[in-house]
Design a protein around this ligand. Structure first.
Ligand code: NAD
Length: 493
């Protein structure tokens, strides 16, 4: 922890303002260990200020026609595209992923802006004349008020966009709290939001950590909260927010299995599975973490995935040709190495050991190389713990039923994928696998912006997910109106 003079600013009521924090954290480039900035750990009083600004702005923002509200989002789309390169560099520098991965993440953010531009259609209610003779009934959607978004470190550009464009397009106002590990991307994006000319208080940025989250959860003015992060924190945020009477959607951690059948196209499967397990250094909530090879698939898949892991080019994401960057912190790196060691103690065999690599020119970076263990016991710590690093556990079973049983015994349910050329096997898997996002010959089954980013079991706490129609429902409350206008009353005209 450091105490310097130029920490990042918050953005409240249309102004960049210093936080009332007494503590600052270094924002560290995970590849070079260089400090990029200092982020303030804002206080409850900063949240109070943002909530007042958002509540004040709400009164006129909700009366702004939806067609006018989305004009700011059209501008934002243009500005995000225009600044894509700089934003991508920022993501890579603070988060570690490769430049291509950073760009792909921002494209997903932009896609959500595009979908939210359809709010004049998406937000419509429905009605029915003559529910009884001369009586009509309608359902209208109204905004909920002040909303808050609490984000994790691994997609600093994309994840707030699963919520933010929908929230404000629906007529709400918003407070965003980025991860304190990667605050720079949202800082830059808020400069773009400012440039759209949005009225003061419609969007607010409060940097910080637990104190800010607790203040949001307890704040009487904030009506709906979107959270993405690890499962223990998601569960805590969900329970506390609900206890304070708020509408909550909390996406948690994951441990995603992929199942490989012997009839799969092995070249394609391996390429896709390696991207899923090792892309973004395994720090994706949709990363494949367990690969279950069925029957004869074990031989071809094992050799191919091992060679793909070994050949992956690891380095600084800004450097050309790099395919995998570092993990976010030193603590993450040693936690991941510890889990691999624990897996070996529990009986798994190390097929590819990516621990303690030397990356030329980046000796201070938090690097790991892809790591694969085989014969991992489905009930071991390695199999049951979210590793969130470039580590793949191989399991071998005889039938698809055994594989689905492994998928379904997991406490998580974020994603499950099947690789096969059999339609019948694919249908069975889609039907029986207990996960919110299913991939068939897909390794990262990330829903497009016009579908909900699903998640089941301990990977999600709430009812309505982020993105698409779910987001529109989350950010609106339904009002039902039943009307009778007796004919006699119109005779005066
Ligand atoms: P995290 O849970 O540590 O932090 C998430 C947010 O919660 C941050 O803004 C942080 O400041 C805040 N926070 C942390 N501890 C807190 C506490 N004790 N009380 C209140 N607030 C707290 O998660 P992370 O390490 O930033 O992100 C990685 C995790 O997010 C992984 O588990 C990953 O699977 C998950 N994730 C899930 C999804 C999904 O869609 N399900 C998407 C991305 C990431």
């Amino acid at each position: 922890m450091v105490h310097l003079k130029t920490p990042l600013l918050n953005y409240i009521n249309g102004k960049w303002c210093p936080s009332q924090a007494t503590e600052l954290l270094d924002v560290v480039n995970p590849a070079t260990a260089q400090s990029l900035a200092q982020v303030p750990l804002s206080r409850k009083s900063d949240v109070d200020e943002a909530a007042v600004a958002a509540a004040t702005a709400f009164t006129s923002w909700r009366t702004t026609p939806p067609t006018a509200r989305v004009q700011y989002l059209f501008k934002l789309k243009y500005l995000l595209e225009e600044n894509l390169d700089e934003l991508s560099r920022t993501i890579t520098m603070e988060c570690g992923k490769t430049l291509a991965e950073s760009k792909a993440e921002l494209e997903r953010a932009i896609e959500n802006v595009e979908v939210a531009c359809g709010i004049p259609t998406l937000m419509q209610g429905y009605n029915l004349e003559d529910i009884a003779r001369g009586i009509d009934e309608m359902m209208i959607r109204q905004p909920v008020g002040v909303t808050a978004i609490i984000a994790p470190f691994n997609f600093p550009g994309m994840i707030p966009f699963w919520f933010l464009p929908y929230s404000i397009a629906c007529g709400n106002t918003a407070i965003v709290k980025p991860s304190e590990k990667v605050p720079l991307t949202m800082e830059k994006i808020f400069h773009l939001l400012e440039a759209t000319g949005l009225p003061p208080g419609v969007v607010n940025l409060v940097n910080g950590a637990k104190e800010v989250v607790d203040a949001i959860l307890e704040h009487p003015t904030i009506r709906a909260i979107s959270f993405v992060g690890s499962s223990p924190v998601a569960k805590y945020v969900y329970s506390k927010g609900a206890a304070f009477g708020k509408r909550m959607q909390c996406q948690g951690g994951a441990k995603n299995p992929i199942v490989v059948l012997p009839d799969a196209d092995m070249e394609m499967t391996t390429r896709i599975a390696a991207d899923s397990a090792f892309g973004c250094a395994g720090q994706r909530c949709l990363a494949a973490s367990v690969a279950v090879a069925v029957g004869e698939a074990r031989y071809s898949f094992k050799d191919a995935i091992a060679s793909s892991a070994q050949n992956r080019i690891v380095g600084y994401g800004l450097d050309t040709g790099v395919e995998m960057g570092p993990v976010i912190t030193r603590e993450s790196k040693s936690r991941i190495e510890g889990l691999v060691a624990r897996g070996i103690e529990e009986g798994a065999q190390l097929l590819i050991d990516g621990r303690h690599p030397q990356i030329s020119g980046y000796s201070e970076g938090n690097f790991l190389r892809p790591t694969i263990l085989e014969n991992v016991n489905p009930q071991s710590t390695l199999a049951e713990t979210e590793i969130f690093g470039p580590v793949l556990s191989l399991m071998y079973v005889e039938t698809i039923a055994d594989a689905i049983a492994i998928v379904n015994r997991s406490k998580w349910g974020n994603m499950a994928c099947l690789f096969t050329s059999s339609g019948a096997a694919a249908r069975r898997f889609r039907y029986e696998a207990q996960a919110g996002n299913i991939g068939i010959n897909i390794g990262v089954a990330a829903p497009m912006a016009f579908f909900p980013f699903s998640g089941w079991k301990d990977s999600f706490f709430g009812d309505l997910h982020g993105q698409g129609r779910d987001a529109v429902e989350f950010f609106t409350q339904t009002k039902v109106v039943v009307e009778r206008w007796p004919k006699d009353w119109s005779r005066q005209f």
